[in-house]
Design a protein around this ligand. Sequence first.
Ligand code: NAP
Length: 280
Amino acid sequence: MITGRTKILAVVGNPVKHSLSPLIHNYAYSLMGIDAVYIPIEAKEAYIDEVLSGLCFTLNLIGFNVTIPFKERVVRLMDLCSEEAQAIGAVNTVKRGEDKLIGYNTDWLGFRESLRINGIERVSFALLIGAGGASKAVAYALTKMGVERLFVTNRSPVNLQLFLERFSQFKPVAWEERDLLDVLPEVDLVINATSIGMDGVSFPPIRLEALRKDAVVYDLIYWETPLLKKAKELGLKAIDGLDMLILQALYAIEIWFGKMPEFSKVKEYILGWREKGGEA
Ligand code: NAP
């Protein structure tokens, strides 16, 4: 039941209809005994500034998440940004302080922690596929983890160049199967941070057979993509983006409320919801 004291949180994006975030957050608040509600807000791209200023008039608003396609655009609307959000150039979590909007990025924390939860403490050589907002959070996490050799590939050379201006320690590889084949035998972690595979059919231009048997394939998409299916068929360790999604939400909750619920309980709830036919 919503009362005059219920705290308000939201996710702003487009589309947000299929977002799992309301499910994750509302369950997490109930687990923690917090009187709060998390609502999806689909914003038209041209009106994002107005939507955010309107949202800030909401009584009891604690903060909100920002998702595709606004994470990079909202940086300039913040009064303050965390060091990490500035380095990544994207904000996914906003806290309303006294007369101030403070921007954070919890995607990189979610990615880093998801590796740990999946038993990956050390990475020496990583290949990142994609150069968008999520790729930058992953790149920041890999850099913080001290990964020795970092490669990146992207369909659009212009966006790849923008990525490299921020993360110059990455070496670019052309978006061609034969060029990528040269680096694959050395890689111990491949990360797909593009939307390739969302349709259940498309596949990035990499030949997984060229990877070492102990290599890990990570796809930021939250379900089994063709890339992950193939990785499993080849006996490679395959990780999807669900753990990262849940963890970035839990880190946002920590920013807003100073504590977070147990990851395993939230994951169990989401998997149960999926088993019952829930789709996102
Ligand atoms: P974004 O900023 O829009 O970037 C999209 C990336 O995908 C770009 O590198 C883009 O390449 C590439 N791309 C899109 N369609 C493509 C195609 N048909 N062929 C080749 N490349 C294509 O989006 P984002 O925020 O980085 O999100 C990327 C993915 O990560 C999405 O699937 C999103 O759901 C997922 N994600 C997951 C989490 C999580 O917590 N698990 C968090 C954030 C994002 P160009 O530069 O060539 O356009």
